[in-house]
Design a binder for this molecule. Structure first.
Ligand code: DC
Length: 226
């Protein structure tokens, strides 16, 4: 088998990035978090004062936003115009802005090749919202990873608290529901389960069990294809 591509899609806070990163490490694949690209473009729009309600203004900012993923010692870092913004893109403000910019067709078109090139060159677990449906429709394995909204919000809340952000659980749950709504209702490449994706619901599982589930699905699917 040549390079293997695994597409993991799912809603906010399903644990996609932590689970996918751990599974990739176990399997010796690289891990690519595509949300980081949308977040980098969002940061650029926030910094340059674009009206996030205006798709036209967001699209106008695009030529001056060069978003890149670089692998440094096998770990993904995200760059915006040459600046490492990997940590700056993790705030609630940028999260909400990312949901807005990701609904703009010009933004999605601009980020498509970056994602496809990574999968062409490496065995990869790539996570996002439209990886199995649009970015890698021929992925070897497609997983739709989800969990109940309250559980996802609690995980996200704990993460933000650990980082010292001052938020309430209700704010996190509200944000999560709003972003899920935006992501599933936009006209272009909305979040949805690909027809050939395996549904993985981690609601009752701890982290190790979720990673194992993902590794088991990948093992089973790639075995079928050998
Ligand atoms: O996965 P995340 O929370 O870092 O993603 C940030 C935003 O980017 C999210 O609101 C949806 C959007 N996104 C997308 O539309 N398509 C992707 N492949 C990845 C993320």
């Amino acid at each position: 088998m040549g390079n293997v591509s695994v597409a993991i899609d799912g809603p906010v806070g399903a644990g996609k990035s932590t689970i996918a990163r751990a599974a990739a490490e176990k399997l010796g694949y690289i891990y690519c978090d595509t949300g980081a690209l949308y977040r980098a473009v969002a940061l650029h729009c926030v910094r340059s004062g674009a009206d996030l309600k205006s798709p036209g203004e967001i699209a106008e900012k695009l030529p001056s936003a060069k978003a890149e993923i670089r692998l440094i010692d096998g770990v993904q870092r995200v760059f915006l115009n040459g600046e490492d913004v990997s940590d700056l893109i993790r705030t609630p403000e940028v999260s909400m802005a990312a949901s807005a910019v990701s609904a703009v067709p010009e933004v999605r078109a601009a980020l498509l090749d970056i994602q496809r090139n990574i999968a062409a060159e490496n065995s990869v677990i790539m996570d996002g919202r439209d990886i199995g449906t649009v970015v890698l429709p021929n992925a070897n394995v497609k997983i739709f990873l989800t969990a109940a909204a309250e559980i996802r919000a609690k995980r996200r809340y704990d993460e933000l608290c650990a980082k010292g952000e001052s938020v309430t659980f209700e704010e996190v749950l509200n944000d999560l529901n709003k972003r899920d709504y935006n992501d599933t209702h936009r006209d272009i490449a909305p979040l949805k389960q690909a027809e050939d994706a395996v549904l993985a619901d981690t609601s009752g599982m701890d982290f190790a069990q979720s990673v194992q589930l993902v590794c088991d699905i990948i093992a089973e699917k790639t075995k079928e294809q050998r």
